[in-house]
Design a binder for this molecule. Structure first.
Ligand SMILES: Nc1nc2c(c(=O)[nH]1)N[C@H]1C(S)=C(S)[C@@H](COP(=O)(O)O)O[C@H]1N2
Ligand SMILES: [Mo]
Length: 168
């Protein structure tokens, strides 16, 4: 009874939009913060995702070479536009941080202009951390040769851990 009362209290204190999205049940692979209206972590302005949740977003595929991998590879992932829509975010710039604390900022327009994705699958398999997974930004360098420069290589972050939507 006491525990039940505490849950009621916690629920009452949390923001109105808390739990508008499900909470993760599997290992958390992405933590989203910043200018988002929907959260799923009690008492914290964060939205956390396991792989199954990310796979519920519309899936997009890219087959391309890239500068740090030999040969052509097939990637499947989501478009962050759909993630931000789910979180009722109107940001136009995201900051991504990797396990090694590498940070890059990407304008949301990249995800419209170039059909860029955050990939969770490479060549039909989840991407192990030791092979730059579980999440990496993939530009279609084959289809858009104009992207083959340091600006877009630098945005091609791997081992993504968190995503912050910057205030518009
Ligand atoms: N996680 C992570 N992603 C990263 C980096 C990094 O250090 N860590 N370096 C970036 C930069 S600056 C470039 S140019 C490309 C290619 O990096 P490389 O030349 O070290 O392979 O990856 C990008 N993605
Ligand atoms: Mo770079």
């Amino acid at each position: 009874m006491k525990r039940f009362a505490i849950w009621i209290l916690l629920f009452g204190l949390s923001s109105a939009t808390f739990a508008a999205i499900d909470a993760p049940t599997g290992r958390v692979v992405l933590t989203v913060s910043g200018a988002i209206d929907h959260t799923n972590v009690p008492e914290r302005p964060l939205a956390q995702f396991d792989l199954a949740m990310l796979k519920q977003l519309p899936a997009h595929e890219i087959t391309t070479h890239n500068p740090w991998e030999e040969g052509e590879h097939h990637y499947v992932g989501f478009n962050p536009k759909d993630l931000l829509a789910l979180l009722k975010s109107r940001g136009d710039l995201i900051r991504l941080t990797a396990f090694n604390q590498y940070i890059t900022e990407i304008p949301m327009s990249d995800f419209e202009d170039w059909d860029t994705i955050i990939a969770y699958e490479m060549d039909g398999k989840p991407i192990p951390v030791r092979n730059k997974g579980p999440l990496m930004v993939i530009y279609n360098f084959d289809q858009h040769p104009e992207l083959r420069n340091e600006a877009y290589y630098g945005r091609s972050i791997w081992q993504i851990q968190s995503l912050k939507v910057m205030e518009p």
